[in-house]
Design a protein around this ligand. Sequence first.
Ligand SMILES: [Zn+2]
Length: 285
Amino acid sequence: MAESPPGLETVACDLCGGDWSRPFARRQGMRVVRCLGCGLVYVSPRPGADAVQRHYNSGESSRIDYYVAAEAADRRSFSEVLDRAAALVPGRGDLLDIGPNIGTCLALARERGFRVHGIEINADAARYCREVRGLDVIAGTLEPETYPAGRFDVVLMGDVIEHLLSPSALMGTVDRILRPGGAVLISTPDISGWAARLLQVKPVEHLYYFDRSARLVRSAGLEVVAVAPLDRYHNLTAMVHSTTCRGLFRALAPAFRLARRALGDVVVKLPLGENLLAVARKPAS
Ligand SMILES: [Zn+2]
């Protein structure tokens, strides 16, 4: 491997351990590469673990006010994900949301009869979940020993896996904390599509990029039930708060604020194929 610039570390492929890669993209002064062994797309060299932890508690990533503004749209997006979860686990049971942010999906899951739990890296967002919504959400990152084996019927990960230092380590933990027959639903940008390549290659936040092969899920020993395109509902008048659109919309912010005052929430589904939803199950025996 080549020598890393100061403060950054060169990493091997998280999925196959391979060292050989070719350039995929260069953004924000950082390099994104594709593993020549298995095809995984990832950032290398990259910031260390301390820098990542600081980033999510510094207010640099998407802020609570953005998620509050996006709630009407997010409820419609999460509703589709929870429909799939309920179809796989008809008895509902215990659901863990990894990275629930302000808990919009957890609140909806609770309305639908799941017993809900969350673990959130951003301490302010975790507090919002507890104090504003009365949700069982702890602040921190999911470690192998955080929950007992077989604890959950459903695990959700929405827009989380691409941020992690080691997605394969987390998938091992997810496999452990799921009960046999339990389901995991993962949404993430779909790097094989043009929309994600244009809008979601953000190496400071997104360290890994996935496609519909679901290799990561299979390598954790889970059975893939479906991998489908997932298009989100967006609140057009709230998009001014998004980190994806920050540069683009900063100049237009006053116009968006006026539009929001005049029109309220304008919720639309943009059929961009920007994200994928991987649905998988832990084998029953
Ligand atoms: Zn690889």
